[in-house]
Design a protein around this ligand. Structure first.
Ligand SMILES: C[S@@+](CC[C@H](N)C(=O)[O-])C[C@H]1O[C@@H](n2cnc3c(N)ncnc32)[C@H](O)[C@@H]1O
Length: 412
């Protein structure tokens, strides 16, 4: 058996790893189908510039003198248009109903959700935490990327907080979109039955009559309660809560405990690609699941280490691994030498540079990684292309979308 087969579906990131970096790069370095559950709580604030999380170059200091948000959006949008037309249409439509800010946000999310779908096991589950600002747009993305048949629930997390003034109802809920593949783990939780049920049936279980299939019978067995509904009444973290780390968008452990306990078994791998102060990681550890967290912010990584030390250290000296590199995929056959790939690519590209489109002799084209290796790209043929010297030097180790945006600007 080849190594590639042995590694297929095997997680190439050790348990208890927390990455500081862009989740897009990290996920691109992860094996296919290696994660059992993904919980994501991405940023969304319509008054904010979405530039920061998009692409590692845009998130850094190079942003101002290399490319701007419009370039990135346009380039990724074009990329999506070429590879996934329905997704392109869904994203494009959002600008007409909500404006270009939403389109920009959805492009940022779409490229990441595509990776999540790839690294999720076929029977895995994904919970996307959002709010009423974007939940309906995100659902169309999820339906298109994961498949609408994978949609299970729109969970309403209902809470109370200080009311605000205004001529509308108080907005006091978040939305969690739950998708899962066939055969997904679902350890059902029960909630207390209503008082009227308890009074009427004296706390006993009601079952469907197996003969008539319509009548209900009461059997002499204490009721387990009602299988959990999709509206969850659960408090947000109080300012005085011991759980509070000071991280602004911290979610309660109770919420993550419920999601992880329901949708995974012990030993399963849980990923949070926007992990903030690591609520998911801490919950997964407490429930004996394996976990991986990713966050752009170094502050988040520090908090994770601190929480792992303080909260989990108490539970048996657990050591988290902090990393800022990109994992290497171990589920592929060894790549052929680049010289062999060059010959194949020269044929498939019909001798044209994949950037500017000019025709060249083979010796004047160079093999380039579509997604740079430093951003999780592999040496495999599907991630290789031929570029002329000019395009190659323009692109450097940046992703292809950067080169496209530069060329559009250059030839305008
Ligand atoms: C809403 S917070 C998550 C809070 C988290 N659920 C908790 O309980 O602490 C969103 C997080 O996503 C991170 N983030 C934003 N863009 C990112 C990206 N491209 N890659 C990784 N993390 C990102 C932010 O730094 C922030 O910590």
């Amino acid at each position: 058996m080849s190594t590639a087969r042995v590694q297929a579906g095997v997680c190439n990131v050790p348990n208890r790893t927390i990455f500081e970096g862009d989740n897009l790069d990290v996920m691109r370095g992860m094996n296919d189908g290696c994660v059992d559950l993904i919980y994501l709580d991405p940023p969304f604030n319509s008054n904010r510039d979405y530039a920061a999380p998009i692409g590692s170059e845009a998130a850094g200091a190079a942003f101002k003198d290399t490319w701007d948000l419009t370039d990135v959006d346009e380039a990724w949008h074009n990329e999506i248009a070429e590879t996934n037309l329905p997704l392109y249409k869904v994203i494009d439509a959002s600008q007409y109903s909500h404006g270009s800010g939403m389109k920009s946000y959805l492009i940022m999310m779409a490229v990441r959700l595509i990776e999540m779908k790839r690294i999720l096991k076929p029977n895995g589950g994904v919970y996307l935490h959002c709010d009423p600002t974007a939940n309906h747009y995100l659902k169309t993305l999820m339906d298109t990327i994961f498949g609408r048949e994978m949609f299970r629930n729109e969970v309403i997390w209902s809470y109370r907080r200080w009311p605000s003034k205004g001529n509308q109802y108080q907005t006091m809920h978040d939305v969690i979109l739950f998708y899962a593949g066939p055969g997904n783990v679902f350890n059902v939780e029960f909630e207390h039955p209503s008082e009227s049920y308890m009074r009427r049936f004296k706390g006993k279980t009601q079952v469907l009559d197996p003969v008539s299939r319509t009548r209900k019978l009461v059997v002499d067995k204490p009721t387990k309660g009602l299988p959990l509904r999709d509206v969850w009444e659960m408090s947000i973290l109080a300012g005085s809560s011991k759980e509070r780390t000071g991280y602004p968008t911290q979610k309660p452990l109770k919420l993550l405990d419920r999601i992880i306990a329901t949708s995974t078994n012990e030993g399963d791998v849980v990923l949070d690609p926007f992990c903030g102060c690591a609520t998911t990681c801490i919950s997964a550890e407490r429930l004996n699941r394996r976990w991986i967290g990713i966050d752009l912010s170094p502050l988040a990584v520090k908090l994770v280490e601190q929480r792992a030390r303080n909260e989990l250290g108490l539970m048996g000296g657990v050591q988290a691994i902090a990393r800022s590199d990109i994992p290497k995929r171990t589920d592929r056959e060894p790549a052929p030498p680049l010289s062999e790939s060059k010959v194949v690519l020269y044929g498939t590209q019909a001798g044209h540079c994949n950037g500017c489109g000019t025709h060249f002799m083979q010796q004047h084209l160079t093999v380039d990684h579509v997604i740079a290796r430093s951003k999780g790209g592999t040496d495999h043929l599907e991630n290789l292309q031929l570029l002329c010297a000019h395009c190659n030097s323009l692109k450097g180790d940046r992703p292809m979308e950067y080169l496209r945006a530069r060329l559009v600007r250059e030839y305008q």
